[in-house]
Every structure is written in C-alpha cells, then in structure tokens.
Ligand binder design. Structure first.
Ligand code: SF4
Length: 243
C-alpha cells in the first residue's frame, strides 16, 4: 500500500540517516494528501536549508522550491499573493524556520497568510553538524553547548498560535494517526489562514546520542495537541481585493 503511494507521489524515496523521523513526516504528509486530494496537482512545496528541507525537494512529484536559508516563507508569501488558488506548503526545520527565518514565521502568522507550514523540530541544526538551535532544550548537550544549553527554548506551536495563526498544533513522529489527521486539517485550514504544525523529531545522529533521555524528558515537558483552531480572514485574499 505505502509503496503504491510512494510511487504515486515521489520521484525517488528520500534517504535520511537511520532512525530519522523525517521519513515518518514524508509518510504522514503524502498519506494526508492522497486521502484529501488524491494527487499533488495545484500544490507548491517550499523548503529552506537543512535536513527537513530535503523532504519535498527534489523528491515530490510536484512543483518544489528549495530556497535559501530561513527564507521559504518569504518565497511562499510571494507565490500565494501572485496565485491564491495554489495550495502552498512550507516544510523545513527548526533552525531554518524558527532561527534564521524566525521573523518571517511570526509575521506570516500575524498576517494570517493562507499557507500551511510544517516545522520538523529535530532540536538542533542537524545538517550543519549539531549546533544548538532556538528549540534545543535547556541543559541539552550539543556541539556548541558542551556543558549544557543555557538558553530557554521557544515553545514553537504556542508562539505561532499567539502570533495570530488560524491553526497551530504539535505532535511527535510517534503520534502517527494524530499527525496525519492534523496535517489533513492544516492543509485545509491553510487555504484560509496560517496553519502550522510542529513535529518533534529529535535528530538521532546529532542530538539523541548525546542526550539519551531527551525524548522522554521532552514528552514529559511539552504539551501535544492543537493550540489554536479559529477562523480569521486571510491576508492574501484581503491584499488582492485591496489592489
Ligand atoms: S542529521 Fe539528524 S535530522 Fe538530519 S537526516 Fe540525519 S538523523 Fe535526520
């Protein structure tokens, strides 16, 4: 069954390190799209730089844009304003979306831009060697916090919900059923406003091996589920009417 879906939606199967949760995000996303629409027709997928940015590009049989570091939401904004009929989906990591592109994330949420954003939060800058990111838990050991991270992390799903998004949720890659149905909801809500899903997916290569109990700690410390689900007027629609 999943092989047929792979064949339908993927040019090639994305390859990540053994145990990486990115593959689970691929599965949940393509199953959600198949369930809702049956094809990727009318979708544009954008990503920035980092491991999660390789989820859509160049693997999906769709229009994909691999943008510069931290900027997928800016490209997504231009695309949505130019053609509001497109289903615009950003998939990237925590370093890309919450660190380098953090301002774009909160302002797109504030504007309630009609896009869907999936942030795969692996808790570090994985692809560049494991430096701490804005979501690295306090006390965690990383390449650049050898004695433990001193900073408090962003609570991303709540940050985006409070910034003005229409929909914000947080799951882990272990929440298979919840994640797929939340992605389906976010794809639909992303047609009318800013829809955001944070997927906690600790990087086994750069994070978990240095922080063996981290996943359990995170599961105990973070809340999961939906943080906001409201109807608000979207930015692109208002913008086009105004011109
Ligand atoms: S470095 Fe980490 S996040 Fe990147 S592909 Fe490997 S396991 Fe996944």
């Amino acid at each position: 069954m999943i092989e047929e879906i792979y064949d339908k939606f993927l040019r090639v199967t994305p390859k990540f390190c053994m145990g990486c949760g990115n593959e689970k995000v691929v599965d949940s996303l393509i199953l959600a799209i198949d369930n809702l629409y049956g094809s990727m027709e009318g979708f544009v997928f954008l990503s920035g730089i980092g491991c999660a940015a390789w989820i859509p590009s160049p693997h999906f049989k769709a229009d994909t844009i691999h943008t510069t570091h931290g900027r997928p939401i800016t490209f997504a904004t231009g695309i949505k304003l130019a053609n509001p009929n497109l289903k615009v989906v950003v998939i990237s990591g925590d370093g890309d979306l919450a660190g380098i592109g953090g301002n774009h994330l909160i302002h797109a949420a504030r504007r309630n831009l009609e896009i869907t954003v999936i942030c795969v939060n692996n808790l570090v800058y994985g692809m560049t060697g494991g430096q701490f990111s804005p979501t690295t838990p306090r006390g965690a050991i990383t390449k650049t916090t050898l004695k433990g991270n001193l900073e408090y992390p962003f609570d991303l799903a709540r940050l985006v919900a409070n910034a003005g998004a229409s929909y914000a949720a947080r799951w882990t890659t272990v929440h298979k059923t919840e994640l797929q149905s939340s992605i389906e909801k976010a794809l639909k809500k992303g047609q009318k406003g800013f829809a955001f899903i944070e997927v906690i997916s600790p990087c086994p290569t750069q994070f978990t091996r240095r922080n063996l109990k981290a996943f359990q700690t995170i599961k105990n410390q973070l809340n999961f589920g939906e943080f906001i689900d409201v109807e608000r007027d979207g930015f692109a629609e208002k913008f086009r009417k105004s011109i």
